[in-house]
Design a protein around this ligand. Structure first.
Ligand code: DGL
Length: 253
């Protein structure tokens, strides 16, 4: 069991930002990364569709011997993490959530939480923002309708910056000093986000915290790998392309 792989999934390339952190912290683990490009973007799907798709992917990863699952998608986490845990009670399932607490703890005062429309509309997201709206820190959920799709489909930096400038425009008058990346696609365009927001705006992303949590949980459950070799990654793309692997080798190594 300890030598079994960790299954990781997202709608496409977004979760590679988390896979990068997981490999940094868990270099001896093997991973299977499932990118569901045939169904992307999840941010435009219904609750029921995301739940059904997520269960199907967990079944594929289990059939490949996964010892734990990392849901490398904020949207699937917001919609499906509890039903998934209920459906697979003996399987460790780790989700990713927007790094709202680190933004508050860092002393930010007005923070935009960028996420897919589905994530922003979930009660789990509202509860997270409510719980952290204190110490003089205000959070505003900002649905980004096209951003994950643009990143998935190789939009240029200029196109992404132009899109982001229009997203930020309504919040300029009152200002903002923090941005939380509430979708795993967004860290892949962190430079564009920083340029569009302004250098004095701090940017927070949940990959590091999620990777640390995964490491701690595996160790607590005595599921961590004993291997001394550097772990491997197997990529599975539901559209049959090699896009994930090419993207990972280009941007994440
Ligand atoms: N990367 C995903 C997330 O973290 C999903 C983006 C999408 O497919 O809409 O929310």
């Amino acid at each position: 069991m300890n030598s079994s792989p960790i299954g990781v999934f997202d709608s496409g390339v977004g979760g590679l930002s988390l896979l990068r952190e997981l490999r940094r912290l868990l270099p001896n683990e093997d991973f299977i990364y499932y990118g569901d490009r045939a169904n992307a973007p999840y941010g435009a799907k219904t609750h029921g569709e995301i739940l059904e798709i997520s269960k199907g992917i967990v079944d594929v990863l289990l059939s490949r011997g996964a010892k734990a699952i990392v849901v490398a998608c904020n949207t699937a986490t917001a919609v499906a993490i509890e039903p998934l845990r209920a459906a697979y009670p003996n399987l460790p399932i780790i989700g990713i959530e927007p790094a709202v607490k680190p933004a508050r703890v860092a002393g930010c005062k007005r923070v935009l939480v960028l996420a897919t429309p589905v994530t922003v509309s979930e009660s789990r997201f509202a509860a997270l923002l409510r719980a952290n709206s204190r110490d003089g820190c205000e959070f505003i959920g900002v649905p980004c309708h096209d951003l994950a799709f643009m990143i998935e489909n190789d939009s240029t930096s200029e196109e992404i910056e132009e899109y982001l400038s229009s997203v930020f425009a309504p919040y300029r008058a009152d200002g903002f000093d923090g941005i939380v990346l509430g979708c795993t696609h967004y860290p892949l365009v962190k430079d564009e986000i920083t340029r569009a927001a302004g250098a004095d705006v701090r940017v927070f992303d949940g990959s590091d915290g999620t990777a640390r949590h995964t490491k701690a949980l595996l160790s607590e459950l005595s599921l961590d790998s004993w291997a001394r070799k550097i772990g491997t990654v197997e990529f599975i793309s539901s559209d049959g392309s090699d896009h994930l692997e090419r993207f990972y080798n280009k941007f994440c190594i």
